[in-house]
Design a binder for this molecule. Structure first.
Ligand SMILES: [Zn+2]
Ligand SMILES: [Zn+2]
Length: 118
């Protein structure tokens, strides 16, 4: 189902499933150039600048996925799946968690209905 073509780190954080393709997990990925934490779909290669994933993606890609902030390919090194430290300092993420809009998961299981915030 998910092919680990770009060898993601084990500690990958997800905030749910993609509303564009319906199947892709939405991962939190850090752009290697500008350092912004983005929401990216593993499946259809869409990127959002924050947790507003009900909106259309800010950028989409096919073999590369341009960062909405700086246009670098976020799947290219040194882009990486966000670390706990990066998530801790990510303003939009903390705001979204605070509002209850976003729940962070570390596995690909569908989000439970309760709020198991990391
Ligand atoms: Zn960037
Ligand atoms: Zn998708």
């Amino acid at each position: 189902m998910i092919s680990p073509s770009d060898t993601p780190l084990p500690a990958t954080y997800y905030i749910g499933f993609c509303r564009q393709c319906g199947t892709g997990p939405l991962g939190l990925r850090t752009c290697g150039d500008c350092g912004n934490v983005l929401v990216v779909c593993d499946e259809c290669d869409s990127a959002w600048v924050d947790g507003e994933v009900d909106q259309l993606p800010a950028t989409t890609g096919v073999t590369t996925l341009p960062c909405p902030h700086c246009q670098s390919d976020v799947f290219e090194e040194p882009g990486h799946w966000s670390t706990p430290e990066e998530l801790l300092y990510c303003q939009w993420l903390n705001d979204s968690i605070g509002r209850g809009d976003v729940t962070v998961h570390t596995s690909l299981t569908p989000p439970p209905e309760d709020d198991s915030v990391v």
